[in-house]
Ligand binder design. Structure first.
Ligand SMILES: C[S@@+](CC[C@H](N)C(=O)[O-])C[C@H]1O[C@@H](n2cnc3c(N)ncnc32)[C@H](O)[C@@H]1O
Length: 213
């Protein structure tokens, strides 16, 4: 259930009861058991879109250093998988929902992972990301989604890659067109169970322009 007591899952400070619970899922031949709670997105089970993303997109190399971003992290299923795959990287887990951020901190600590859970304004401006992973908050509306991506995608490193999962019914193809129109190079990497996994990089011309600035 994505809505809690009339609140959206992207409420900054949910008033829905905490009701702590666990979400268990298998990825990369390992079982994760994460703390979750009322008032966060897909609190009872790994979201189907997130599952498609985690099963279809390739992990960052194990020796990746620098920063990775889980944009709209919820209780942190993507962040913990990234931090496990790339233990020398710093994974920023970003969300507007402070309860979700507390859960990410709890999960990172329990698994001894290098994850920095922060609100969007808490991430230093000069951090650039080797990879951005996101199951973005489609329910904020098209304008909100575009604003979110316009804020974070430009922070990709020149050779960085973003992996986005979006439901076909909730506008994956129109999002892909919008990204292409804005000069991103967007590839439909996979399609499964009604979701598209988009691979987004800087276009050749755009990277050359950034490199010469
Ligand atoms: C579709 S959920 C995905 C959550 C989590 N990654 C998962 O897979 O379970 C999108 C998340 O984006 C968060 N969100 C909404 N607006 C945001 C914003 N402006 N900046 C960062 N996160 C935002 C929501 O609170 C929500 O947790």
């Amino acid at each position: 259930m994505r809505y809690v007591s009339g609140e959206h899952y992207f409420t900054a400070e949910p008033t829905a009861p905490q009701r702590q619970r666990n979400v268990e899922f298998d990825v990369d031949n390992r079982t994760y058991r994460l703390a979750s709670s009322g008032g966060v997105f897909s609190a009872d089970r790994l979201d189907l879109g997130t599952s498609v993303l985690l099963h279809k997109a390739p992990r960052p190399a194990p020796d990746t250093k620098g920063a990775l971003l889980d944009l709209g992290c919820g209780y942190g299923p993507i962040a913990v998988v990234l931090a496990t795959a790339a233990p020398h990287a710093t994974v920023y887990a970003v969300d507007v929902n402070t309860r979700a951020l507390d859960l990410v901190r709890e999960n990172a600590q329990a698994l001894d992972l290098n994850i920095v859970a922060q609100t969007p304004d808490g991430v230093p401006d000069d951090v650039r990301f080797a990879e951005i992973w996101s199951n973005p908050p489609i329910r904020v509306g098209k304008a909100g989604l575009h604003e979110l991506l316009s804020r974070w995608l430009p922070r990709l490193a020149d050779d960085g890659v973003a992996w986005l999962v979006v439901s076909r019914n909730l506008g994956a193809d129109s999002l892909q067109r919008w990204l292409d129109e804005r000069g991103w190079s967007t590839e439909r990497h996979a399609s499964q169970k009604g979701y598209r996994v988009l691979r987004v990089t800087r276009s050749e011309t755009e990277s050359r322009a950034t490199a010469t600035v």
